[in-house]
Design a protein around this ligand. Structure first.
Ligand code: C2E
Ligand code: CA
Ligand code: CA
Length: 714
């Protein structure tokens, strides 16, 4: 850049070279010509002259023709052969009269003048002066030309090498100049662009009109303003559109044109597209993610040409995936998810949309179904496809799936509503025992709504400590002695008052909030009882452990920490687990029971008789206590079958050496029946409901059976 714009200094020093083989002539010439306007140098021979010409910047040579060895003609010839001296003017000086032939020869070798001795010094000085002036002008011109040429080359190289497309467009909208970058962008030659209309190359939708004088570009140019267009499209010759950004800046007035800079935005565009696709794609399975599915569903809902066909959304949740993830690690879990995605995809039609919503949840969008029941058939197929054995890391694992189905428009009209409906239906399917599908029904909605509100209040309740434990006494039937208490959770809602555990416990389990509360229950139960005077007498506190809690690996650690920190004898703590929780995952059950046993706590089976009631496991598991479900107790006096169940359980307990607790004993008659059948322990309203701490700690170690309130007995 510097070279183009720095001014080349003009040759200021003017040197005159006089060449003669006679010293006297040289001295005379020097004396004659020397003045302030130029320097005079002398050379005694042709060779010395050439030497001097190479060393010095000589503006004019006065050259003696007759010289020994190398005459003036020869010197002139050699000067013309050298680029440095090619144009240096020469005046020949000769003492002899020359033939016109030799004079011609002199001119041919480049002389600009021929002077004969003797000459008029005045005339010679004028000649020298004007020739030097001439030479100076010639050199100035040469320099200017060089400078201009280098500037032109610089500009041309800037235009040629610019990565941006550059066009010069005149006020008629025609392209006067195009650089090679723009030609490359449009897949054509520069010559194909020159002389064409700019607007013919721009996609009209971006400019609205094809009329130059009405275009924004022209309008801006007319007002001397820059016009920028960030999202324009240029037509590529025979090949679609190129996204570009344009800026059109007016050139100076007299040029009556503008320069248009074109930025290729295709990379930026494809980056955008890539980012967008990443935002809607699940990286693991390459299926659409939640956002992608939302978009697809949104688009499907926007179609209104349904022609009586149905649209259904299937919400699928894997059963048993968590176990794989927990036991085999995340890499194995990922592998399983990928395979599940493949399996699901295979069951669907090419135009159905399968997505992964996150975790082990998938959704499918089925459009154009003839009947809603078709969605059920697909759901069956999916469940079947998932429920195969997978080999992961050499281990065989089995999975299941629960599916909720929501149809448009019955289950909802918006993306949110339909997805929520499908999700609710999926929960119903899970609740109904997994490996099933359920259609959404409006009742679910009502239930779900109140459940949602309840769930929210539960979270608040945990944060604000709205929970408390009450303690229900357990009494030895034969003596009336106190065995201990079962800790029961209570929720005192700020506004709604006390909420039934039958309502909130299942919810705590479903939302897994029970895991957060579980630790608190242990801590609270153990620390409260420990301080009661009666507890030094070896009483037992029974803590309920929900199936969700029982499935958690840290259960025993939590319990151990609490027992150790509170300093209670582990044998004074009993955990109550339902049959269902024990049977859900036998491997886990075995391990948990083993650890609990190591810890030294008692283990009770809660609600015994209502669940699987598989007697087989009673032999396999080491247990301490059976709790007969309240339902059998309340019916046993009227129903011989229930009575048979109760007495069987009592006998079973005796056979296996387990304590048997009858729950929900409300009447003296029930109590007496139980005493007759040698049941060990009772628990129920007959003695007391769950008692708040202050009343529980005063509860006598021994009750007098005759003092029981007769009002509630039958
Ligand atoms: P559950 O473990 O079978 O608890 C016994 C339930 O029977 C308690 O209901 C208790 O109040 C009730 N009950 C006791 N005696 C009588 C009686 O004579 N008649 C009648 N009709 N009912 C009686 P509650 O407190 O409403 O608890 C319901 C269920 O909630 C419990 O059944 C248990 O499964 C669960 N639960 C309660 N507290 C906890 C807890 O701290 N953790 C966990 N995981 N679950 C709990
Ligand atoms: Ca219980
Ligand atoms: Ca129970």
């Amino acid at each position: 850049m510097a070279s183009a714009h720095a001014k080349v200094p003009f040759a200021a020093a003017q040197t005159l070279l006089v060449v003669d083989d006679r010293e006297a002539n040289l001295i005379a010439m020097k004396a004659l010509l020397q003045n302030g306007d130029w320097n005079v140098r002398t050379a005694i021979s042709g060779v010395e002259a050439l030497q001097c010409l190479l060393e010095d910047d000589v503006g004019l040579v006065l050259l003696d023709v007759q010289m020994p060895e190398m005459d003036g003609f020869e010197v002139a010839r050699l000067m013309r052969g050298n680029s440095r001296t090619r144009f240096t003017p020469i005046i020949f000086i000769s003492a002899v009269d020359h033939t016109s032939e030799s004079v011609m020869r002199g001119y041919a070798t480049g002389a600009v003048d021929f002077i004969h001795k003797p000459f008029n010094p005045q005339v010679l000085r004028h000649k020298v002066s004007s020739l030097l002036d001439h030479e100076r002008s010639r050199r100035d011109l040469q320099l200017l030309t060089q400078q201009l040429e280098s500037e032109r080359a610089f500009n041309a190289s800037v235009l040629e090498n610019a990565a941006e497309g550059i066009l010069v467009v005149n006020d008629e909208g025609m392209i006067d100049f195009a650089n090679s970058a723009i030609a490359q962008m449009l897949h054509c030659q520069v010559s194909q662009l020159q002389g064409t209309r700019l607007l013919d190359h721009i996609e009209t939708t971006t400019l609205q009109d094809g009329n130059w004088k009405e275009s924004q570009i022209y309008e801006h140019w007319r007002r001397g303003m820059v016009y920028r267009l960030h999202d324009a499209f240029l037509r590529i010759v025979n090949d679609g559109l190129l996204p570009v950004a344009l800026s059109c800046s007016p050139l100076s007035r007299q040029q009556r044109s503008m320069v248009v800079i074109v930025l290729d935005m295709s990379v930026v565009h494809s980056l955008h597209a890539q980012l967008e696709s990443q935002a809607v794609t699940d990286a693991l399975t390459a299926l659409p993610n939640r956002r992608g599915f939302d978009q697809a569903l949104e688009a499907a809902l926007a179609r209104n040409d349904r022609n009586g066909k149905y649209l259904a959304v299937l919400y699928l949740d894997l059963d048993g995936f968590k176990r794989i993830n927990d036991s085999l690690g995340h890499a194995a879990g990922d592998e399983v998810l990928k395979r599940v995605a493949d399996q699901l995809q295979k069951c669907l039609r090419p135009y159905d949309i399968l997505a992964r919503m996150g975790g082990d949840e998938f959704t499918a969008l089925l459009d154009s179904l003839d009947h809603p029941e078709d969605a059920a058939r697909v759901a069956e197929k999916l469940i079947e496809a998932i429920s195969i054995r997978y080999k992961v890391d050499g281990m065989e694992v089995t999975l299941g799936a629960s599916i909720g189905i929501a149809c448009f428009p019955d289950s909802g009209r918006s993306v949110d509503a339909i997805l929520r409906a499908a999700d609710m239906a999926m929960y119903e399917a899970k609740r109904a025992g997994r490996q099933q599908y359920r259609f959404f029904s409006p009742e679910m909605n009502g239930r779900a709504r109140s459940r949602l509100m309840l769930e929210e209040s539960l979270r608040v309740a945990i944060e604000q400590n709205e929970f408390a434990l009450v303690y229900q006494p357990q009494i030895y039937l034969d003596t009336g002695r106190l065995r201990g208490f079962e800790a029961l959770l209570r929720w005192q809602h700020r506004v709604a008052g006390s909420v039934s555990p039958g309502v909130f416990i299942p919810l705590l389990e479903e939302t897994r909030l029970i895991n957060r509360l579980g630790g608190w229950i242990f801590r609270q139960g153990v620390s409260q009882c420990r301080t009661w005077p009666s507890f030094s007498q070896g009483l037992v506190v029974s803590l309920n452990v929900s199936p969700v809690q029982f499935g958690m690996p840290q259960l025993v650690d939590d319990l151990r920490r609490v027992i150790e920190e509170e300093g209670l004898n582990p044998a004074q703590v009993e955990v109550e687990v339902t049959e269902g929780a024990l049977m859900a995952d036998l491997e886990n059950t075995r391990e948990q029971l083993r650890q609990l046993r190591l810890l030294g706590v008692k283990i009770a089976i809660d609600d015994f008789g209502t669940g699987y009631s598989s007697l087989a496991y009673l032999r396999h598991f080491e247990l301490d206590t059976l709790k007969i479900d309240r339902l059998f107790i309340s019916n046993m006096l009227d129903s011989p079958k229930d009575a048979a169940v109760v007495s069987t359980i009592i006998n079973l307990g005796r056979e296996l050496g387990l304590e048997v607790i009858a729950e929900g004993v409300e009447t003296i008659a029930q109590r007496d029946w139980l005493i007759d059948h040698q049941c060990h322990i009772m628990q129920g309203f007959l003695v007391a409901p769950g008692l708040p701490v202050d009343r529980a700690q005063e509860f006598p170690l021994q009750i007098d059976w005759r003092d029981l309130p007769h009002s509630i007995s039958k």
